[in-house]
Design a protein around this ligand. Structure first.
Ligand code: DQA
Length: 181
């Protein structure tokens, strides 16, 4: 950031180095919930790993968890206004059927990376389909806590090469999303 930049510009740049992590339903039970599938790390452990990972990359990582679909939607809708450069979203079981969550991801301008602890494609048939994936920047599944860390890195890689998220593609859609549909 050049020294001559106005203070406001510095503040915007700083807030743009924040990533929001959203954990969906039942992920508050991590550590004791089906540890053979999801591992033994608690949600607090994962959030600590995320904060440390972000610190090493000069990024603030803020994690939130809800079992409520509408709460996740409100957080997604608010992400741009809160200054997050992107969202790492583990939608839990909502992945497989929540059109409302899909519409929220598809309707916002900040990029969203869908992540899963387990390899959903190697599990029950109903877990192999995601209604979110088509409107997300991409999906990372099967790497345990590393799925989340890779999700943060994917957003940072995008942020360093993409123009501002408010830039519009020729067809009027936000740049960056136009590629994905
Ligand atoms: C999950 C996979 C989903 O199918 C499941 O409903 C979850 C967790 C994962 O992180 O592997 O709650 O999203």
């Amino acid at each position: 950031m050049p020294i001559a930049s106005p203070p406001g510009a510095i503040l915007v740049a700083m807030s743009r180095r924040s990533v929001l992590v959203l954990h969906g339903p039942n992920l508050n039970l991590l550590g004791t919930r089906e540890p053979e599938v999801y591992g033994r790390l608690s949600l607090a452990d994962i959030d600590k790993r995320l904060r440390e990972h972000g610190r090493g990359r000069a990024v603030r990582v803020e994690s939130r968890q809800s079992n409520v679909e509408g709460q996740l939607i409100d957080w997604l809708q608010g992400a741009e206004g809160e200054g997050f450069l992107g969202v790492v979203l583990n939608p839990g079981a909502f992945t497989h059927y929540s059109i409302a969550l899909r519409d929220a991801v598809g309707g916002i301008r900040v990029p969203v990376v869908e992540v899963h602890l387990s390899n959903v494609h190697a599990r029950e048939e109903f877990r192999r389909h995601s209604v979110i994936a088509a409107v997300a920047l991409g999906q990372i599944a099967g790497f345990g806590v590393d799925s989340y860390l890779l999700g943060v890195d994917a957003l940072l890689a995008l942020a360093t090469r993409a123009p501002a998220r408010t830039t519009r593609a020729p067809d009027g859609r936000p740049a960056g999303r136009a590629r994905r549909r």
